[in-house]
Structure formats: C-alpha cells, structure tokens
Design a protein around this ligand. Sequence first.
Ligand code: PAF
Length: 281
Amino acid sequence: MDVVRDIAELRGTLDPVRHRVIGLVPTMGNLHAGHVSLVRACTLACDVSVVSIFVNPTQFGPNEDFASYPRTLTDDLRLLAHNGADVVFEPPVDVMYPEGRENHVTIAVPSLAHTLCGAARPGHFDGVATVVAKLFNIVTPDKAFFGEKDWQQLTLIRTMVRQLDMPVVVEGVPTVRETSGLAMSSRNNYLSDEERQRAALINRVLTGMKKAVEQGEKDYASAEARGHRVLTEAGFDVDYVAVRDAERLVVPDADTRTLRILAAARLGGARLIDNVGVEMP
Ligand code: PAF
C-alpha cells in the first residue's frame, strides 16, 4: 500500500494504472466498520482502490469539532492495508488549500445545501462539495464511494457530479450499524457508554416511522412531530426529524414514491444523524 501526501506524487503513482478502473473512498480518517464497508465495496468494483484521509477544515463551523476531531492515522493505515486499499492519499491542509482557505474557490449546491443539516451547519456542505470536487480532480477516479448514513451529503455529491458533468460514478453504500441499531460514526466516540445505548433510539424512531408510513400513514407532519417528541423526551436536543423526497430532499407530496426519513439530534457531546428509506408501492 502506497501512502502519499503530495498531489504530484499521487498522480505519478496513478498514471501507470490509468487504463484500469480506479475507485476513490474519501474519508476524514478515524476509520470504523462503516468505512471498511466502503473500502470493500471499492475493492470489489475497482482494480485500484484509493482512500483519502483528510480532516477538511472548510466543512467545520467556527464552534465545531475540527481541532478535537479524532485523528488516528497509524490505526487507520493498518486497517486499510488489511482491507485491500492500494493507495492512501493523506495530504496536509496546505497541500489542499495552498492559497489559503479564505481565497479558495467554493463549490455550492444551492438546491440541497441549506436544508436539514445545512440549516444547522451553515457553510458545511459548501466545504464538503469543494473538497470532494478537489479530490475528484486530483484522483480522477472512475467510481467514488460514499456512505448512505450521510444521505444529504450523498444526494448533494450526486447533484454536483450531474450538474458539473464530472466523469465519475457515485456509489452509495448502506449504513453499517452497531447491534443496537446505532449507525456507526466517528462521532460516536464522544458518547459515554450510557449515551451510546440511548443513541440507538434514533434508529428505532426512524424505523417506527418507516413502518407507519408503509402501513398507510399519510400525515407526515404528525409522524415527524411524534418522532421529535419521543427523542426530546429521551433527552436528545433534536435538530430535525423529517420525511422527505429521497433525491431532492423536498417535502414529499402524495405522488412521491421514494422517501427518506432523516433525523439529526445532539446527545451529550455528539451530533448524531441517521436515515432510512421507504419505497411506496
Ligand atoms: O463524509 C466524510 O467523511 C466527509 O464529509 C468527506 C466526504 C470525506 C469530505 O470531507
């Protein structure tokens, strides 16, 4: 496994294998089983698997956890070598933003960036779209792999790729869960043992709402309010519980067939997100 920190070196490593299918898994490190499933999907579908590890400062707000975000490079590299990654791109901040963050071009996806998590985290999705666009330009992968846990991020990246005619296929990979149902996330590390058990309620609320909708619940606003109340009563500080059109993330109408039910809530020191899909007959 090659570990490179520099763009020219990365391109030099990939140039001899350009005729093969190159896959990219963008990450911020602190890898867990969810990331491993992305890497496995990549190695199955591609000849050469590149994993980037970059804690991207432009997607963190001023009061968010950029400084304290867990950085565990040695463990991450061991896990990636064990799971078949071929190349790890681990650039320092000044390689990604050599002219400074303030002066950098920003990619915005206005139709999706300001709703749900975007409302609670202004600027977050501009940072995500910008860094992912840069990684696509640096690696020029044939395919790129993102977790469905960050559903809004996945739909936003698909929209960016479509609107900017980027020659990359975006693959969504199902969420990996702990046995309690809690979606795997690096930010779960911020939870105490007791909070970690309680955090599984988010998934139970979402799957309960999914069941209600599948059984004919049409009043999505009431279902959202019930979910919000259950989480609040259990001590969560809820950002949203929302039933949305799965692709455009707008409020669904009676004709919408593919729904996504999403939630974001804070518990202890962690902001947790999760979602489930519903296909209407
Ligand atoms: O999902 C993440 O870990 C990040 O948002 C990503 C896609 C690696 C961009 O920094």
